[in-house]
Design a protein around this ligand. Structure first.
Ligand code: DON
Length: 304
């Protein structure tokens, strides 16, 4: 398969064309990013890399970070995690609080904000320095020690983070947050502020395409069972109330972020990351979804 030829075709179809959607503005720092940024990077399990556009420029990965924190929490606490967070799609927006009341404070899944806050709490309980532990995990799976948080983005989200403050307090009222709410939010806002390029994201996500291993290494970062479960959660919950649409159009497990990034995985073939900041009404990159639809249609490589 000539992936570079296909990426070139995707780029030609969309680059320079008018963009639909709106750049996220509820986190003030994100509103400053150009709506014209557009890049894609595909990393295959034979360790080949293919790309176009702004694929080497770092951006705020936001909710894509929830996959890394979930992986780390599954590693350190195992199946106990599922006592505190579910594995069902919510069908609601990423920042919705409404189901928590009837569900006694157990979030439907780890990718909606409520679930990611519980996962953050698990890591805050387990590690004396959770921010350092998350960075170490990312540095180990990518071999790239320059990946870091963006403290300006973290502070920007905190300054307007009323809904996440409400959410973590509400979760705590049900007994599903063990730590101080400020501490949990500080970790959560930092994980969302991680700054990575499409290349770095595709390289990091290859462990989900390669049975939990970095290419060329026998070290098992995650077991096959853990990877199977993480990919299943990305497939069913990675796009919130648009998870069905992403499966329908693209047909790969994936995760989006309000910075305009999307990462998707084809088990045993590749990990691919795309970045275009304008978001559709569900908070997912409009051009990112369209580009991945073209990729899986042109290659014939969806999981369906
Ligand atoms: O908590 C928030 O609202 C953001 N830090 C992350 C939201 C996000 O990326 C949703 N995904 N599309």
């Amino acid at each position: 398969m000539d992936y570079q030829k296909i990426l070139n075709q995707v780029s030609q179809e969309f680059a320079g064309k008018p963009r639909s959607g709106k750049v996220a503005s509820y986190i003030p720092e994100l509103a400053k990013v150009s709506s014209q940024k557009y890049g894609m990077h595909l990393h295959d399990v034979n360790d080949n890399n293919y790309c176009f556009g702004d694929s080497n420029e770092r951006f705020s990965i936001q909710s894509i970070s929830k996959v890394f924190t979930l992986a780390l929490a599954m590693k350190v606490v195992g199946d106990q995690l599922w006592n505190r967070v579910g594995v069902e799609p919510s069908g609601d927006p990423f920042n919705s609080l409404s189901q928590l009341e009837n569900d006694s404070g157990i979030p439907r899944n780890p990718f909606i904000n409520a679930g990611a806050l519980v996962v953050a709490d698990v890591l805050v309980s387990y590690f004396s320095n959770p921010k350092a532990a998350l960075l170490t995990f990312l540095h180990e799976i990518t071999g790239n020690t320059s990946i870091d948080y963006d403290p300006v983005v973290a502070a920007s989200e905190k300054s307007e983070g009323y809904r996440n403050f409400a959410m973590v307090n509400y979760l705590k009222s049900f007994g599903n947050i063990e730590n101080n709410v400020e501490e949990v939010l500080d970790f959560y806002f930092h994980q969302c502020s991680l700054s990575m390029s499409c290349r770095e994201l595709a390289n990091a996500f290859i462990i989900f395409a390669n049975n939990g291993r970095v290419i060329g290494s026998e070290r098992e970062f995650l077991t096959g069972r853990q990877v199977k479960r993480i990919n299943a959660l990305m497939q069913t919950c990675g796009f919130y109330d648009e998870a069905g649409e992403f499966s329908f159009e693209v047909g790969l497990p994936g995760k989006s972020g309000v910075g305009g990034g999307i990462v998707a995985v084809h088990p045993d073939r590749f990990a691919v990351a795309v970045w275009s900041p304008p978001l559709n009404p569900k908070g997912n990159s409009a051009l990112g979804m369209a580009s991945l639809e073209r990729l899986t249609t042109l290659t014939g490589f969806s999981i369906f």
